[in-house]
Design a protein around this ligand. Structure first.
Ligand SMILES: [Zn+2]
Length: 98
């Protein structure tokens, strides 16, 4: 377990420019403003908001950084990922991309 999701002391949970935890969780963003954010979610067993599902899978298509893409796939195979859903709560844990 790592500490990416802990806000700095005094953070009001709306500071994605300066706070990693905010950058990883602030849903006003089209995707988290945090390098390698899917790794942080998977390694911490955090459920990815449905809003960012497409952005999550887009990270796997990184062709300019094959080592990163390989790391994503290995981490997904090890930890899996879940997404929130509007109706049923949370999806089944997923362990591979197409
Ligand atoms: Zn914060």
């Amino acid at each position: 377990m790592t500490r990416e999701f802990e806000h700095y002391q005094g953070c009001r949970n709306r500071d994605p420019e300066n706070c990693g935890a905010c950058a990883l969780t602030d849903l006003r963003q089209s995707k988290p403003n945090y390098e390698g954010w899917p790794l942080a979610y998977m390694e911490n067993g955090r459920t990815v908001p449905a809003k960012w599902r497409e952005a999550f899978y887009d990270e796997f298509k990184s062709t300019d950084n094959p080592a990163y893409a390989a790391n994503l796939r290995a981490t997904l195979a090890k930890h899996g990922v879940r997404f929130t859903e509007s109706k049923r709560g949370v999806t089944e844990r997923i362990y591979a991309v197409d």
